[in-house]
Write a protein that binds this ligand. Structure first.
Ligand code: FE
Length: 338
């Protein structure tokens, strides 16, 4: 054999050898959770297990539309997004499959996962009261419902009802209070507005800090981000509905989470990824990067988050946020909550 042929032959042998070594196992994730929040986790998972996580990120709407359009041909194994309202929607549209996993059940409290096992919470976000410390004493605050009282007239800021966060909050209030009473409460909020609803939680907190209004309802991680950037802002967190005498007491929480795609090509590996994400090892990384709370109760919260104090959470299953979403949207629309 001349040298050139020898090179070609050894090249072929090498190619054959490489093909014989199985390509690394791959899990494909469609994620509405931002790249900067998930990439460090997936890198850590690959380092630990050798499993490669491929992902695309987009808003939940386009991702769900894509899953639907791709049908059985989808490459997606996992769908990841924020808010139980969105996860419920994905399950409702038949985009997910039920998963039997003792690990997920052990790591994730029952109220933070689908009772039919189609999706699982991986971090907890609390939707709570933020107030201006120069204008409001904590003793003036008590419940979500109280923000409908006349004493808050012209003092409340809210984010728009078009965002799933407020749809979920109102949906869970419908579960607790029924439609009629929830309509009264939400109508009281709207009457108390200092200004038109904001496009995002951040603007609502900034308005409170600027004195445009005195109180608002937001997810705590927005408060955390803002206060890390501007520690002198006169704003603080208040945990509402903490009195034991209240029937459905507790702070309203929601989740970011994930489910296994109905047409997953690698469902077993996808379940393993979710199990790992819910484990003590991964939970800090998952929650802390976004100043959220771990779902796994064995995991300590980030010190920045811990500084806001502890609270009793409302234990209503977050699936209600999805189940009553349409009722919530209609109710807010009827009342004129923009
Ligand atoms: Fe958010």
């Amino acid at each position: 054999m001349n040298r050139r042929i020898q090179t070609i032959v050894s090249g072929l042998v090498l190619t054959a050898a490489m093909t014989a070594v199985a390509a690394p196992e791959t899990v494909v994730v469609y994620s509405a959770r931002n790249e900067q929040l998930i990439k460090p986790l997936f890198d850590a998972y690959t380092k630990e297990t050798g499993v490669v996580v491929q992902f695309i990120t987009d808003k939940e709407g386009p991702l769900m539309a894509r899953l639907k359009a791709e049908g059985a041909n989808t490459p997606a194994d996992v769908f990841m997004t924020v808010d139980a309202g969105n996860l419920w929607q994905a399950a409702e549209e038949g985009l997910l499959r039920p998963v039997k996993s003792a690990t997920l059940k052990a790591n994730i409290p029952a109220n933070l996962r689908d009772p039919d096992d189609q999706w699982f919470g991986l971090s907890v976000r609390a939707r709570t009261i933020v107030y201006n410390t120069q204008k409001v004493k904590p003793s003036e605050l008590s419940t979500y419902e109280d923000l409908a009282a006349p004493k808050w007239k012209g003092r409340l800021c809210l984010r728009t009802s078009k965002k799933v966060y407020n749809q979920s909050l109102v949906a869970m209030m419908i579960h607790e209070h029924g439609e009629a009473k929830t309509a009264q409460i939400v109508s009281g909020w709207v009457k108390n507005l200092a200004t038109a609803p904001f496009a995002d939680d951040n603007s609502a907190i900034e308005a409170v800090a600027a004195g445009q209004c005195d109180v608002t309802l937001v997810n705590t991680y927005y408060f955390g981000r803002l206060i890390e950037a501007k520690p002198k802002l006169p704003v603080a967190i208040f945990w509402p509905n903490q009195s034991v005498s209240q029937k459905e007491a507790g702070v309203h929480v929601n989740i970011s989470g994930a489910g296994i795609a109905k047409h997953a090509k690698n469902p077993a590996a996808a379940v393993k990824l979710l199990e790992w994400l819910s484990s003590e090892k991964a939970q800090n990384l998952y929650a802390d990067v976004n100043l959220e709370y771990p779902v796994n109760v064995n995991v300590k919260v980030d010190p920045t988050v811990a500084a806001w104090g502890t609270f009793k959470q409302n234990l209503l299953n977050v699936r209600e946020a999805g189940r009553l979403q349409t009722s919530a949207v209609k109710l807010m629309d009827r009342i004129g909550y923009k």
